[in-house]
Design a binder for this molecule. Structure first.
Ligand code: C2O
Ligand code: CU
Length: 466
Protein backbone atom coordinates (compact mmCIF):
# COMPACT_ATOMS: atom_id res chain seq x y z
CA UNK A 1 0.00 0.00 0.00
CA UNK A 2 1.31 3.46 -0.77
CA UNK A 3 1.49 6.20 1.79
CA UNK A 4 -1.82 7.73 0.76
CA UNK A 5 -3.64 4.44 1.29
CA UNK A 6 -2.04 4.02 4.68
CA UNK A 7 -3.25 7.46 5.62
CA UNK A 8 -6.75 6.57 4.66
CA UNK A 9 -6.62 3.47 6.79
CA UNK A 10 -5.74 5.41 9.87
CA UNK A 11 -8.38 6.63 12.20
CA UNK A 12 -8.63 10.26 12.99
CA UNK A 13 -10.40 13.07 14.65
CA UNK A 14 -12.16 15.49 12.39
CA UNK A 15 -11.38 19.09 13.18
CA UNK A 16 -13.56 21.58 11.52
CA UNK A 17 -14.58 25.19 11.83
CA UNK A 18 -18.01 24.36 10.44
CA UNK A 19 -18.34 20.61 10.21
CA UNK A 20 -21.74 19.00 10.36
CA UNK A 21 -22.96 15.91 12.07
CA UNK A 22 -21.49 12.62 13.28
CA UNK A 23 -20.49 11.83 16.81
CA UNK A 24 -20.21 15.00 18.86
CA UNK A 25 -16.88 15.72 20.47
CA UNK A 26 -16.99 14.54 24.06
CA UNK A 27 -14.78 15.80 26.84
CA UNK A 28 -14.31 14.10 30.18
CA UNK A 29 -16.13 15.70 33.13
CA UNK A 30 -14.11 18.43 34.81
CA UNK A 31 -13.46 18.73 38.54
CA UNK A 32 -12.19 22.22 39.23
CA UNK A 33 -10.55 23.66 42.30
CA UNK A 34 -12.46 26.36 44.13
CA UNK A 35 -10.89 29.02 46.32
CA UNK A 36 -7.57 27.25 46.14
CA UNK A 37 -8.88 23.79 47.03
CA UNK A 38 -9.78 20.73 45.03
CA UNK A 39 -11.54 18.22 47.22
CA UNK A 40 -12.72 15.03 45.57
CA UNK A 41 -13.77 11.55 46.44
CA UNK A 42 -13.11 9.29 43.50
CA UNK A 43 -14.37 5.76 43.20
CA UNK A 44 -12.25 3.39 41.19
CA UNK A 45 -14.59 0.63 40.10
CA UNK A 46 -15.84 -1.68 37.36
CA UNK A 47 -18.35 0.43 35.45
CA UNK A 48 -20.95 -0.38 32.81
CA UNK A 49 -21.01 2.26 30.10
CA UNK A 50 -21.75 2.67 26.47
CA UNK A 51 -18.72 2.82 24.26
CA UNK A 52 -18.69 3.31 20.48
CA UNK A 53 -22.39 2.52 20.57
CA UNK A 54 -21.98 -0.74 22.46
CA UNK A 55 -22.43 -1.82 26.02
CA UNK A 56 -19.10 -2.26 27.72
CA UNK A 57 -17.73 -2.79 31.17
CA UNK A 58 -14.52 -0.92 31.87
CA UNK A 59 -12.67 0.02 34.99
CA UNK A 60 -13.09 3.72 35.61
CA UNK A 61 -12.26 6.57 37.90
CA UNK A 62 -15.41 8.37 38.94
CA UNK A 63 -17.60 6.40 36.50
CA UNK A 64 -16.30 7.99 33.33
CA UNK A 65 -13.89 6.98 30.60
CA UNK A 66 -11.46 8.67 30.58
CA UNK A 67 -11.66 9.70 34.24
CA UNK A 68 -12.60 13.24 35.20
CA UNK A 69 -10.13 15.97 34.38
CA UNK A 70 -8.72 17.54 37.51
CA UNK A 71 -8.30 21.24 36.83
CA UNK A 72 -6.20 23.18 39.29
CA UNK A 73 -3.88 26.16 39.56
CA UNK A 74 -0.35 26.41 40.90
CA UNK A 75 -0.47 26.63 44.70
CA UNK A 76 -3.85 24.91 45.05
CA UNK A 77 -4.39 22.30 47.74
CA UNK A 78 -5.55 18.90 46.49
CA UNK A 79 -7.36 16.40 48.70
CA UNK A 80 -8.31 13.27 46.86
CA UNK A 81 -9.84 10.25 48.48
CA UNK A 82 -9.56 7.18 46.35
CA UNK A 83 -12.08 4.50 47.15
CA UNK A 84 -10.97 1.19 45.72
CA UNK A 85 -13.99 -0.81 44.57
CA UNK A 86 -11.93 -2.96 42.22
CA UNK A 87 -11.60 -6.67 43.00
CA UNK A 88 -7.86 -6.13 43.47
CA UNK A 89 -5.33 -3.67 44.88
CA UNK A 90 -4.46 -0.47 43.11
CA UNK A 91 -2.92 2.94 43.75
CA UNK A 92 -2.67 6.24 41.94
CA UNK A 93 0.29 8.02 40.38
CA UNK A 94 0.34 11.77 39.80
CA UNK A 95 2.24 11.53 36.55
CA UNK A 96 4.55 14.48 35.98
CA UNK A 97 3.76 16.46 39.11
CA UNK A 98 6.86 17.25 41.11
CA UNK A 99 5.38 16.42 44.50
CA UNK A 100 6.78 14.42 47.39
CA UNK A 101 7.27 10.71 46.66
CA UNK A 102 5.88 10.16 50.13
CA UNK A 103 2.53 11.25 48.70
CA UNK A 104 3.04 10.09 45.14
CA UNK A 105 4.29 6.76 46.44
CA UNK A 106 4.89 4.16 43.73
CA UNK A 107 5.20 1.45 46.41
CA UNK A 108 1.82 2.09 48.01
CA UNK A 109 -0.83 -0.60 47.75
CA UNK A 110 -4.49 0.20 48.37
CA UNK A 111 -6.29 -3.11 48.91
CA UNK A 112 -9.72 -3.79 47.48
CA UNK A 113 -12.54 -2.12 49.50
CA UNK A 114 -10.16 0.35 51.11
CA UNK A 115 -9.86 4.09 50.75
CA UNK A 116 -6.70 6.16 50.65
CA UNK A 117 -6.29 9.92 50.97
CA UNK A 118 -3.85 11.87 48.87
CA UNK A 119 -3.07 15.41 50.02
CA UNK A 120 -0.57 17.82 48.51
CA UNK A 121 -0.08 21.32 47.19
CA UNK A 122 0.28 21.90 43.47
CA UNK A 123 3.82 23.25 42.96
CA UNK A 124 4.02 26.99 42.37
CA UNK A 125 6.49 26.91 39.55
CA UNK A 126 4.76 24.55 37.18
CA UNK A 127 1.84 24.50 34.80
CA UNK A 128 0.90 22.13 32.04
CA UNK A 129 -0.90 18.92 31.24
CA UNK A 130 -0.36 15.94 33.51
CA UNK A 131 -2.30 12.80 34.29
CA UNK A 132 -3.15 10.14 36.80
CA UNK A 133 -3.17 6.37 36.46
CA UNK A 134 -2.50 3.27 38.58
CA UNK A 135 1.07 2.39 39.49
CA UNK A 136 0.93 -0.92 41.28
CA UNK A 137 3.95 -2.76 39.97
CA UNK A 138 2.96 -5.89 38.07
CA UNK A 139 -0.65 -4.70 37.54
CA UNK A 140 -0.17 -1.34 35.84
CA UNK A 141 -0.66 -2.63 32.31
CA UNK A 142 -3.98 -4.48 32.79
CA UNK A 143 -5.40 -1.70 34.98
CA UNK A 144 -4.43 1.07 32.57
CA UNK A 145 -5.72 -0.90 29.61
CA UNK A 146 -9.01 -1.48 31.41
CA UNK A 147 -9.64 2.27 31.38
CA UNK A 148 -7.94 3.80 34.40
CA UNK A 149 -6.57 7.16 33.37
CA UNK A 150 -7.52 10.80 33.65
CA UNK A 151 -5.93 14.16 32.86
CA UNK A 152 -4.71 16.82 35.24
CA UNK A 153 -4.56 20.36 33.95
CA UNK A 154 -2.52 22.87 35.88
CA UNK A 155 -3.67 26.17 34.48
CA UNK A 156 -1.32 29.02 33.86
CA UNK A 157 -2.29 32.63 33.28
CA UNK A 158 -2.17 33.52 29.61
CA UNK A 159 -3.42 37.08 29.94
CA UNK A 160 -0.35 38.55 28.29
CA UNK A 161 -0.67 36.36 25.23
CA UNK A 162 -3.66 37.39 23.13
CA UNK A 163 -3.51 34.36 20.86
CA UNK A 164 -3.74 31.96 23.78
CA UNK A 165 -6.32 34.02 25.61
CA UNK A 166 -8.56 33.92 22.59
CA UNK A 167 -7.90 30.33 21.60
CA UNK A 168 -10.54 27.68 22.07
CA UNK A 169 -9.11 25.01 24.35
CA UNK A 170 -9.80 21.29 24.22
CA UNK A 171 -8.38 18.22 25.86
CA UNK A 172 -7.75 15.11 23.77
CA UNK A 173 -7.08 11.95 25.71
CA UNK A 174 -5.74 9.45 23.20
CA UNK A 175 -6.35 5.94 24.44
CA UNK A 176 -6.78 2.73 22.53
CA UNK A 177 -8.86 -0.17 23.65
CA UNK A 178 -9.91 -3.61 22.62
CA UNK A 179 -13.09 -5.22 23.80
CA UNK A 180 -13.77 -8.93 24.12
CA UNK A 181 -17.41 -9.63 25.00
CA UNK A 182 -17.75 -6.06 26.17
CA UNK A 183 -14.74 -6.25 28.51
CA UNK A 184 -11.25 -4.91 28.04
CA UNK A 185 -9.33 -7.69 26.30
CA UNK A 186 -6.83 -9.48 28.49
CA UNK A 187 -3.09 -9.56 27.78
CA UNK A 188 -1.69 -12.33 25.62
CA UNK A 189 1.92 -13.44 26.22
CA UNK A 190 2.90 -11.42 23.16
CA UNK A 191 1.23 -8.29 24.60
CA UNK A 192 3.51 -8.57 27.60
CA UNK A 193 6.47 -8.30 25.25
CA UNK A 194 5.32 -5.69 22.75
CA UNK A 195 2.96 -3.80 24.97
CA UNK A 196 -0.76 -4.06 24.40
CA UNK A 197 -2.45 -2.09 21.65
CA UNK A 198 -6.18 -2.01 21.06
CA UNK A 199 -8.04 -1.90 17.76
CA UNK A 200 -10.25 1.01 18.86
CA UNK A 201 -8.47 4.34 18.67
CA UNK A 202 -10.45 6.56 20.95
CA UNK A 203 -10.34 10.28 21.54
CA UNK A 204 -11.90 10.99 24.93
CA UNK A 205 -13.58 7.60 24.71
CA UNK A 206 -15.16 8.23 21.30
CA UNK A 207 -14.30 6.87 17.91
CA UNK A 208 -13.61 9.53 15.27
CA UNK A 209 -15.64 12.33 16.80
CA UNK A 210 -16.07 15.70 15.13
CA UNK A 211 -14.95 18.82 16.87
CA UNK A 212 -16.73 21.88 15.59
CA UNK A 213 -14.51 24.82 16.32
CA UNK A 214 -16.00 28.26 16.81
CA UNK A 215 -12.70 30.13 16.75
CA UNK A 216 -9.87 30.37 14.27
CA UNK A 217 -7.30 29.19 16.78
CA UNK A 218 -7.52 25.95 18.71
CA UNK A 219 -5.34 25.06 21.65
CA UNK A 220 -5.29 21.29 21.95
CA UNK A 221 -3.96 19.52 25.00
CA UNK A 222 -2.91 16.05 23.94
CA UNK A 223 -2.33 13.17 26.31
CA UNK A 224 -1.24 9.72 25.25
CA UNK A 225 -2.79 7.54 27.93
CA UNK A 226 -2.34 4.34 25.96
CA UNK A 227 -0.38 1.37 27.23
CA UNK A 228 1.91 1.00 24.27
CA UNK A 229 0.53 2.74 21.21
CA UNK A 230 2.51 5.63 19.75
CA UNK A 231 0.63 8.41 17.98
CA UNK A 232 2.34 10.00 15.05
CA UNK A 233 -0.05 12.86 14.60
CA UNK A 234 -0.61 14.91 11.54
CA UNK A 235 -3.36 17.40 10.79
CA UNK A 236 -4.34 17.37 7.15
CA UNK A 237 -3.16 20.47 5.40
CA UNK A 238 -1.92 22.19 8.54
CA UNK A 239 1.29 22.36 10.45
CA UNK A 240 0.92 22.08 14.18
CA UNK A 241 2.44 24.68 16.45
CA UNK A 242 3.92 22.99 19.46
CA UNK A 243 3.56 25.38 22.39
CA UNK A 244 4.02 23.12 25.39
CA UNK A 245 5.52 19.82 26.29
CA UNK A 246 5.03 17.52 29.31
CA UNK A 247 5.87 20.17 31.86
CA UNK A 248 4.69 23.43 30.35
CA UNK A 249 5.40 26.01 27.71
CA UNK A 250 8.27 26.29 25.27
CA UNK A 251 9.74 29.73 24.70
CA UNK A 252 7.85 30.15 21.47
CA UNK A 253 5.61 28.10 19.22
CA UNK A 254 7.63 25.56 17.32
CA UNK A 255 6.22 24.56 13.96
CA UNK A 256 6.09 20.81 13.36
CA UNK A 257 4.74 18.96 10.32
CA UNK A 258 3.84 16.06 12.58
CA UNK A 259 4.12 15.15 16.22
CA UNK A 260 5.08 11.88 17.83
CA UNK A 261 3.50 11.16 21.20
CA UNK A 262 4.92 8.18 23.07
CA UNK A 263 2.92 6.48 25.83
CA UNK A 264 2.71 8.83 28.80
CA UNK A 265 3.70 11.93 26.86
CA UNK A 266 1.73 15.14 26.56
CA UNK A 267 1.91 18.10 24.24
CA UNK A 268 -0.02 21.26 23.62
CA UNK A 269 -0.43 22.45 20.06
CA UNK A 270 -2.05 25.41 18.39
CA UNK A 271 -4.06 24.89 15.25
CA UNK A 272 -4.40 28.06 13.21
CA UNK A 273 -7.19 27.65 10.69
CA UNK A 274 -6.62 29.64 7.55
CA UNK A 275 -9.65 28.40 5.71
CA UNK A 276 -13.02 26.84 6.26
CA UNK A 277 -13.33 23.13 5.88
CA UNK A 278 -13.04 19.82 7.64
CA UNK A 279 -9.56 18.55 8.39
CA UNK A 280 -8.68 15.16 9.76
CA UNK A 281 -6.24 14.65 12.53
CA UNK A 282 -4.48 11.47 11.52
CA UNK A 283 -2.57 8.83 13.38
CA UNK A 284 0.10 7.81 10.90
CA UNK A 285 1.73 4.40 10.94
CA UNK A 286 4.72 4.28 13.23
CA UNK A 287 7.28 1.53 13.47
CA UNK A 288 8.37 1.14 17.05
CA UNK A 289 10.24 -2.07 16.46
CA UNK A 290 7.71 -4.49 17.90
CA UNK A 291 8.92 -8.02 18.18
CA UNK A 292 7.66 -10.16 15.32
CA UNK A 293 8.13 -13.59 16.82
CA UNK A 294 5.26 -15.79 17.84
CA UNK A 295 2.60 -15.74 15.19
CA UNK A 296 0.23 -13.20 13.77
CA UNK A 297 -1.53 -11.87 16.82
CA UNK A 298 0.29 -8.57 16.66
CA UNK A 299 -0.82 -7.78 13.12
CA UNK A 300 -3.11 -5.08 14.39
CA UNK A 301 -0.08 -3.01 15.34
CA UNK A 302 1.45 -0.30 13.27
CA UNK A 303 -1.57 1.25 11.74
CA UNK A 304 -2.84 -1.34 9.30
CA UNK A 305 -6.11 -2.14 10.97
CA UNK A 306 -7.14 1.03 12.66
CA UNK A 307 -10.54 1.13 11.04
CA UNK A 308 -11.76 2.71 7.87
CA UNK A 309 -11.19 6.26 6.83
CA UNK A 310 -13.89 8.86 7.27
CA UNK A 311 -15.51 9.51 3.90
CA UNK A 312 -15.97 12.89 2.32
CA UNK A 313 -13.85 15.46 0.56
CA UNK A 314 -10.48 16.45 1.88
CA UNK A 315 -9.80 20.13 1.95
CA UNK A 316 -6.21 21.17 1.39
CA UNK A 317 -4.81 24.38 2.65
CA UNK A 318 -2.27 26.97 1.59
CA UNK A 319 0.34 27.39 4.26
CA UNK A 320 0.61 30.94 5.46
CA UNK A 321 3.42 31.84 7.81
CA UNK A 322 1.77 32.88 11.05
CA UNK A 323 2.70 36.04 12.89
CA UNK A 324 4.91 35.38 15.88
CA UNK A 325 2.96 35.77 19.07
CA UNK A 326 4.48 37.12 22.27
CA UNK A 327 6.93 34.85 24.06
CA UNK A 328 5.30 32.16 26.13
CA UNK A 329 5.94 31.96 29.86
CA UNK A 330 8.72 29.40 30.09
CA UNK A 331 8.42 27.31 33.29
CA UNK A 332 10.64 28.87 35.95
CA UNK A 333 12.22 25.53 36.73
CA UNK A 334 13.32 25.34 33.11
CA UNK A 335 14.39 28.96 32.74
CA UNK A 336 16.67 28.52 35.75
CA UNK A 337 18.62 25.65 34.18
CA UNK A 338 22.06 26.51 32.82
CA UNK A 339 22.79 26.20 29.12
CA UNK A 340 25.01 23.14 28.82
CA UNK A 341 26.80 21.75 25.84
CA UNK A 342 25.30 18.25 25.89
CA UNK A 343 28.44 16.65 24.54
CA UNK A 344 30.72 18.27 27.07
CA UNK A 345 28.49 17.86 30.10
CA UNK A 346 29.80 15.40 32.68
CA UNK A 347 27.44 12.45 32.83
CA UNK A 348 26.51 11.62 36.41
CA UNK A 349 24.23 8.59 35.81
CA UNK A 350 24.08 6.01 33.11
CA UNK A 351 21.01 4.00 32.32
CA UNK A 352 20.82 1.22 29.78
CA UNK A 353 17.68 -0.49 28.56
CA UNK A 354 17.96 -4.12 27.53
CA UNK A 355 15.43 -6.75 26.55
CA UNK A 356 15.26 -10.50 26.94
CA UNK A 357 12.54 -11.42 24.47
CA UNK A 358 12.66 -15.13 25.13
CA UNK A 359 12.09 -14.64 28.83
CA UNK A 360 9.72 -11.70 28.29
CA UNK A 361 11.82 -9.60 30.66
CA UNK A 362 13.07 -6.06 30.50
CA UNK A 363 16.04 -4.60 32.33
CA UNK A 364 17.63 -1.36 33.44
CA UNK A 365 21.39 -1.62 33.82
CA UNK A 366 21.07 -5.37 33.51
CA UNK A 367 18.68 -5.75 36.42
CA UNK A 368 14.96 -6.21 36.85
CA UNK A 369 13.11 -3.89 39.24
CA UNK A 370 13.40 -4.64 42.93
CA UNK A 371 11.54 -2.33 45.27
CA UNK A 372 13.98 -3.21 48.05
CA UNK A 373 17.00 -2.10 46.06
CA UNK A 374 18.05 1.52 45.64
CA UNK A 375 19.62 1.92 42.22
CA UNK A 376 20.65 5.55 42.50
CA UNK A 377 21.23 7.83 45.48
CA UNK A 378 20.96 11.53 44.85
CA UNK A 379 21.10 14.80 46.78
CA UNK A 380 18.33 17.36 46.67
CA UNK A 381 19.47 20.47 44.84
CA UNK A 382 22.03 18.66 42.68
CA UNK A 383 22.04 19.18 38.98
CA UNK A 384 22.62 15.83 37.34
CA UNK A 385 23.22 14.74 33.79
CA UNK A 386 21.71 11.38 32.93
CA UNK A 387 22.57 9.41 29.89
CA UNK A 388 19.95 6.90 28.83
CA UNK A 389 21.00 4.31 26.30
CA UNK A 390 18.47 2.08 24.60
CA UNK A 391 20.37 -1.04 23.64
CA UNK A 392 17.17 -2.90 22.83
CA UNK A 393 15.42 -3.42 19.52
CA UNK A 394 12.18 -1.61 20.35
CA UNK A 395 11.27 1.93 21.32
CA UNK A 396 11.21 2.52 25.08
CA UNK A 397 9.80 5.80 26.43
CA UNK A 398 11.81 6.73 29.54
CA UNK A 399 9.87 8.30 32.41
CA UNK A 400 11.16 9.76 35.68
CA UNK A 401 8.84 10.57 38.58
CA UNK A 402 9.10 13.61 40.86
CA UNK A 403 11.98 15.38 39.09
CA UNK A 404 11.10 16.85 35.67
CA UNK A 405 14.08 17.16 33.34
CA UNK A 406 15.29 18.85 30.19
CA UNK A 407 16.30 16.78 27.18
CA UNK A 408 19.78 18.00 26.21
CA UNK A 409 20.43 15.81 23.21
CA UNK A 410 19.35 12.80 21.22
CA UNK A 411 22.25 10.80 19.77
CA UNK A 412 24.50 13.76 20.47
CA UNK A 413 22.28 16.24 18.63
CA UNK A 414 20.98 19.08 20.79
CA UNK A 415 17.21 19.52 20.85
CA UNK A 416 16.02 22.51 18.79
CA UNK A 417 13.94 23.85 21.69
CA UNK A 418 13.96 23.79 25.46
CA UNK A 419 11.20 21.93 27.23
CA UNK A 420 10.49 20.51 30.64
CA UNK A 421 9.81 16.81 30.18
CA UNK A 422 9.06 13.73 32.19
CA UNK A 423 8.77 11.25 29.32
CA UNK A 424 11.25 10.98 26.48
CA UNK A 425 11.07 8.29 23.85
CA UNK A 426 14.15 6.35 22.83
CA UNK A 427 14.12 4.53 19.55
CA UNK A 428 16.19 1.37 19.28
CA UNK A 429 19.89 2.12 19.83
CA UNK A 430 19.22 5.76 20.65
CA UNK A 431 21.05 7.59 23.41
CA UNK A 432 19.66 10.69 25.12
CA UNK A 433 21.23 13.05 27.62
CA UNK A 434 19.03 14.66 30.22
CA UNK A 435 19.61 17.55 32.57
CA UNK A 436 17.96 16.47 35.82
CA UNK A 437 17.66 19.04 38.59
CA UNK A 438 16.92 17.03 41.72
CA UNK A 439 14.18 18.84 43.54
CA UNK A 440 13.97 19.21 47.26
CA UNK A 441 11.55 16.29 47.39
CA UNK A 442 13.36 13.65 49.40
CA UNK A 443 12.37 10.02 49.34
CA UNK A 444 12.30 7.04 47.07
CA UNK A 445 10.92 7.50 43.63
CA UNK A 446 11.13 5.56 40.37
CA UNK A 447 12.10 5.80 36.73
CA UNK A 448 10.88 3.35 34.14
CA UNK A 449 9.82 2.58 30.61
CA UNK A 450 6.31 3.92 30.01
CA UNK A 451 5.26 1.00 27.89
CA UNK A 452 3.66 -0.18 31.06
CA UNK A 453 3.98 -3.86 30.23
CA UNK A 454 7.76 -3.36 30.23
CA UNK A 455 7.53 -1.56 33.55
CA UNK A 456 5.48 -4.42 34.98
CA UNK A 457 8.07 -6.86 33.64
CA UNK A 458 11.07 -5.25 35.28
CA UNK A 459 12.08 -2.11 33.38
CA UNK A 460 12.05 0.19 36.40
CA UNK A 461 14.59 1.46 38.89
CA UNK A 462 14.60 3.29 42.21
CA UNK A 463 16.07 6.75 42.81
CA UNK A 464 16.43 7.86 46.40
CA UNK A 465 16.93 11.53 47.03
CA UNK A 466 18.11 12.62 50.44
CU1 C2O B 1 2.83 7.52 34.11
CU2 C2O B 1 5.55 5.87 36.60
O1 C2O B 1 4.17 6.61 35.31
CU1 CU C 1 9.76 -0.34 27.08
Amino acid sequence: ADRRTLLKLTAGLLLSPLARGQAPFPEPPVLKSRDGLLQVRLKVAPTPLSLVGREARLWTYGGSFPGPTLRVRPGDAVRLELENLLPESTNLHWHGLPISPKVDDPFLEIPSKETWSYAFTVPQDLAGTFWYHPHLHGRVAPQLFAGLAGAIVVESPVDGIPELREAEEHLLVLKDLELASGRPATHTPMDWINGKEGNLLLVNGASRPTLRATKATLRLRLLNASNARFYRLQLEGHPLYLIASDGGFLEEPYEVPELLLAPGERAEVLVRFQKEGAFRLLALPYDRGVHMMGGMEHMGHGGMSMGTSPSGPQTLLTLVAPPRPKPLPLPKALAKLPALNPNQARVTRRITFTEDMMAGKFFINGQAFDHLRVDFQGRAGDLEVWEVDNQGDMDHPFHLHTHPFQVLSVNGKPLPYRALKDVVNLKAKEVVRLLVPLRNLPGKTVFHCHIVEHEDRGMMGVLEVG
